[in-house]
Design a protein around this ligand. Structure first.
Ligand code: HEM
Ligand SMILES: *[C@@H]1O[C@H](CO)[C@@H](O)[C@H](O)[C@H]1NC(C)=O
Length: 345
């Protein structure tokens, strides 16, 4: 009997610890781990930089992960959870999450951090640190910001919820605006954040409609290039930015663009806006921005001023990183980012 009471109290204590979530908004602080896990940000940065030396695309994956995590239940690493018998359909399985990557890299970083300070640093904070470091590395340091931390890892991850919350590449501009407004992001921020499509890749299934779109919507030479690429396999991935394309393909389909081809891929800068003005973007959602007066104005603005975009993109990523879990959500610190290991839920 007495033992049962003690156990009950212990359980309540654990519950309280889990509920005391600084993740409930407004309480994230820069340097949160200074006294709890000194040097953790350097550990994350070291691993990100090492990974990007051999695979810059992993950096693009990290930047996208920040968006896809934070737009669904806030930044709680819910996007990192694998399917399990208790939860057969996690966010990862949502069609809108096609192509998500860098899960192994995050797990590698988490293991290194656990080794240094077990049970202290959340996967959600590691994800934001890593995405910030990737954005910084891919932009040659032009995009930089301090990350307030203290997030907890969530227990809930639902494919249906991810599908309902995240924007789809077939959306009209109004659907995009409404989708971002629900998270308190305005038209300008929609345009700023879409600039992330200067890096990374997309699967052909993410832009099927564009393969037959009329010349007012897509540069016909670029459309032919995309069609060529998409016939090279079963739903292959194609680079988002034509300057990351292989030289021979660009020379064949868009000879006027060969001077844009770069040796170093995935440079995070304002070229998305130049590409959009030239109608050489792959996703319908990106082109849609050009059909809205205010959005189009911002496309011109950011095409004209690279420095302005660097600063505003950093600010918008930071705002994304502050989206918090729904009120009352329980959280904890996972042992592995892919498994919800906390005892209660
Ligand atoms: C505005 C609405 C958005 C839509 C409809 C959208 C849609 C997409 C789609 C369909 C892909 C390709 C997925 C695939 O087929 O593999 C993609 C890739 C990507 N998106 Fe977005 N996206 C949006 C906003 C954003 C935002 C806000 C960010 C980050 C700030 C972002 C960052 C990325 C990155 C970096 C990639 C490349 C990922 C990689 O190469 O691994 N996107 N997006
Ligand atoms: C571009 O934006 C930066 C940062 O806001 C600003 O300082 C600069 O004056 C702008 N340049 C031009 C040419 O407008």
């Amino acid at each position: 009997m007495r033992l049962a009471v003690v156990l009950l109290c212990a359980l309540v204590a654990v519950q309280v610890a889990l509920l005391a979530a600084p993740a409930e908004g407004g309480e994230l602080v820069v340097g949160y781990y200074d006294n709890k896990c000194r040097g953790v940000e350097n550990v994350v940065k070291w691993h990100v930089r090492r990974a990007l030396k051999t695979n810059r695309r992993a950096g693009a994956a990290l930047v996208r992960l920040l968006f896809h995590d934070c737009f669904v239940r806030g930044c709680d690493a819910s996007v990192l959870l694998d399917a399990s018998p208790q939860n057969p359909n996690p966010e990862k399985d949502a069609p809108v999450n096609i192509g998500l990557a860098a899960f192994d890299l995050l797990e590698e970083i988490k293991a290194a951090v656990e080794h240094r300070c077990p049970g202290v640093v959340s996967c959600s904070d590691i994800l934001i640190y890593a995405a910030r470091d990737a954005a910084s590395a891919l932009s040659n340091g032009n995009i930089h910001f301090d990350v307030p931390a203290g997030r907890l890892d969530g227990l809930v991850s639902s494919a249906a919820e991810a599908q309902a919350e995240l924007p789809d590449s077939t959306f009209t501009v109004q659907q995009l605006i409404d989708n971002f407004a629900r998270k308190d992001f305005d038209v300008e921020e929609l345009v700023i954040l879409s600039g992330a499509h200067s890096i990374g890749v997309g699967h052909c299934s993410s832009f099927t409609g564009r393969l037959t779109a009329p010349p007012e919507q897509i540069n016909p030479a670029y459309r032919n290039l995309l069609n060529h690429k998409c016939h090279q396999g079963a739903n292959p991935a194609v680079v988002n930015n034509v300057r990351d394309e292989d030289y021979e393909t660009v020379a064949r389909f868009m000879p006027g663009f060969t001077s844009r081809v770069r040796k170093i891929s995935d440079v995070l800068d304002n070229t998305f806006y130049h590409n959009n003005l030239a109608r050489i973007v792959s996703f319908n959602s990106d082109w849609q921005l050009m059909t809205h007066t205010e959005a189009r104005g911002h496309v011109h603005e950011y095409a004209d001023n690279a420095t302005l975009w660097d600063g505003d993109f950093a600010e918008s990523l930071l705002k994304l990183s502050k989206l918090s879990m729904p009120a009352g959500s329980k959280g904890g610190i996972r042992k592995k980012c892919s498994i919800a290991s906390h005892p209660l839920h």
